[in-house]
Design a protein around this ligand. Sequence first.
Ligand code: KG4
Ligand code: ZN
Length: 365
Amino acid sequence: MVSWKSCVTMLCLGIESSCDETSLALVRNGRVVNQKLASQERMHAVFGGVVPELASREHLRIIGPLYDALLAETGLGPEAIDGIAVARGPGLLGSLLVGMGMAKGLALSLDRPLIGVNHLLAHLLAPGLEQELMFPALGLVVSGGHTQIGIIRSGFDFSWLGRTLDDAAGEAFDKTARMLNLPYPGGKIIDALSWFAQPDTGLLPRPYLDNRNLDFSFSGLKTALARIIKENPRLVAPVMEQEPNIAALASSRPGLAELCASLNWSIASTLGVKLRRAVVLYPEVRALIAAGGVAANSRLRQELAEVADDCGLRLIVPSPELCTDNASMIAYTGSLYLQRGCAHGLDLDAIPRGRPIPNDWVQVS
Ligand code: KG4
Ligand code: ZN
């Protein structure tokens, strides 16, 4: 265990490397001092999805230079850092290990406390960097890797109520985009195409609603889409090297925009049904927090606003740059814990996707 330095105005370094974004940030008093972020999106686009081994190697290559740039831009030296927060999972194991190795090395060499942060909780607390949060809140994380609903009673007290049993919502978008030859990650392109048509609400199912739980299953949707695309091969775009001209693509492929609008509707509406169900089960909630890349989806944003309005909840959605993976949310969440005297030892473990994150920090002051 490294030493603990109690510090209310702590400068916390956050490190994020759970998937294909390498990011480091400094947060003080709930405000971002500086952040660096390198996305590997273009590197993985060639393969139509994240290649785990390439992702870890790229994290390893870039993390040191990002750290140097982060400090150089602020004029601060390493000794100014009061604590170190790192995303410990869920995520790709090899990717997480790069950030955790860096965090442990810094904690050891600078003799500063270390805290491992639950990446999904950090997504939900991220808007706290921009506005006051309100608890208890329902939290929805919708990204390329996760679709989870939770109840957050405070930054230290939250539990998951439902999760996807197979594909995440973002995966449903990305896999559909792949079937249509649209570049990776395809969610935002499908969303952009959807503006050129109205959804056909009879075209696609709203999957896994015929039950009483708060879980999701989007794999059936993928099967339905695969059948439609097979029956209508002219929906498929030509192979493209760069981002398409959306208007030209929509007009050259009749039915494509309608399919995209219908997919938007199906996913957003499915999420909306489960959120409304959660409000009935937990009437004490006062706010709805949504985060993750898919929270940028236009139809989902509309659905979230309707749920919040109908249920009397305050809707809290962070700005787009805080919706996707970033180190500011890790530094912010970590600093809440460190300021409470909670820290991890140097034996902190990385947690891969699918395994629960233990509350195994220790109270050091
Ligand atoms: O949170 P995020 O940036 O990263 C990871 O999951 O690692 O989420 C990325 C996901 C991708 O699946 C992408 O297609 C999806 O968010 N996405 C969208 C939109 N923008 C990004 N999906 C639907 N509509 C969008 N506007
Ligand atoms: Zn994430």
